[in-house]
Ligand binder design. Structure first.
Ligand code: GSH
Length: 349
């Protein structure tokens, strides 16, 4: 590397919607590279060299001790969302300004006390537990034929793209066009088989039950059962546990923290999968999740708020009535009013 070379930058490999702007990193600090999961780009040999699990987000950072112009830069990959967000948070302190995105100092988002750290850890672990996976809930998101007819085309297209990529990598390996380890080959075969299993329940979504073969009917029935259990049982349990730990108005109390960064991305995904949008009000968004989880699932509505005064300038009559909301609805409203929400989810705040 010569002295005129730019300082090596971190590269964030992400899937659409998986970035977050709260810390104010600028484009001159982090390169963003979209990894298209629907084309199996996360399974390519080059991506697997960075992250053998083939997951996004993945942040590749230059090692601090290799930043001098005299030496070749070395990099490490952070492949776990929790570690990645903690790294992005710690890499900017209150002393650093939010660089190109704003003149404000970068906020510290990590919890300050031991008690808060333990609550943070437990909520974050819940959000990244297997039953909370937005990817799983995207695959399993139809409980009856009308929902299957609407949803199957996009899920099938995603899974087919992924399967085609896996078949291509395996064929290239077979014909010695590429060389990969046995471990990578086994990984591809396992992913291919899991993808085929999911696809079998989504096949022939335009056909009624009576038009299907016996095995087709069985695969469809199993798919519906799996979907129902994923939302009504497993996700409902996660949601109840999250709410129990959640302090309010933000996850750990008055201050926004790393937990809210995880929650924002996760809740947004759940609302989209439930048929809502980033523009929904907190009450609407939470209502969509409740309805979609099904089985009578309901969040506790235990936050009492005054109704806003009639006049926008506050000149209206003093509020005489109150409104009750779920804690997560209050959080959604608080997050949706931040500029980061607008940037990430592309809505006017
Ligand atoms: N434990 C990982 C999980 C990340 C993860 O599973 N990401 C999904 C996208 S939301 C993924 O990359 N899936 C890859 C695939 O199997 O297609 C983390 O916390 O970062």
């Amino acid at each position: 590397m010569s002295s005129s070379d730019p300082i090596p930058k971190a590269v964030l490999y992400y899937d659409a919607r998986s970035t977050w702007e709260e810390k104010g990193y600028g484009k001159d600090e982090i390169d963003l590279r979209l990894v298209d999961l629907s084309k199996g780009e996360n399974f390519s040999p080059s991506f697997l060299r960075l992250n053998p699990k083939g997951t996004v987000p993945t942040l590749v950072v230059p090692l601090e001790n290799s930043l001098s112009p005299q030496m070749e830069s070395r990099y490490k990959a952070i492949t776990d969302t929790e570690a990645l967000i903690a790294f992005l948070d710690k890499s900017r302190s209150v002393m650093s300004h939010t660089h190109t995105t704003s003149a404000a100092p970068a906020p510290v988002l990590s919890p300050a006390t031991v008690a808060m750290s333990s609550t943070a850890k437990s909520i974050i672990a819940l959000l990244h537990s297997a039953p909370a996976s937005p990817e799983l809930l995207f695959y399993l998101n139809a409980r009856d034929l009308p929902a299957l007819k609407t949803g199957a085309p996009s899920v099938s297209a995603f899974l087919k793209g992924r399967k085609e990529a896996l078949v291509r990598y395996l064929t290239e390996d077979e014909s010695k066009e590429i060389r990969v380890s046995e471990k990578t080959k086994t990984f591809w075969l396992e992913k291919k088989s899991a993808t085929e299993d999911l696809l079998s329940g989504l096949d022939d979504a335009d056909k009624s039950d009576s038009e299907l073969s016996e095995s087709g009917r069985k695969a469809r029935e199993e798919y519906f059962e799996k979907t129902k259990a994923a939302w009504e049982v497993d996700l409902a349990l996660v949601l109840n546990k999250v709410c129990k730990e959640f302090v309010g108005p933000f996850a750990l109390g008055e201050q926004i923290s790393v937990v809210d960064v995880h929650l924002a991305a996760w809740l947004h995904e759940l609302v989209i999968l439930s048929g809502g949008s980033a523009r929904d009000s907190g009450a609407m968004a939470i209502g969509r999740i409740e309805e979609h989880v099904g089985g009578g699932f309901a969040f506790a509505k235990d936050v009492v708020l005054p109704l806003p005064a009639a006049g926008l300038d506050g000149s209206g009559p003093a509020p005489t009535t109150t409104v009750v909301k779920a804690k997560l609805a209050v959080l959604w409203d608080a997050l949706a009013s931040r500029p980061s929400w607008q940037k990430v989810f592309g809505v006017e705040s």
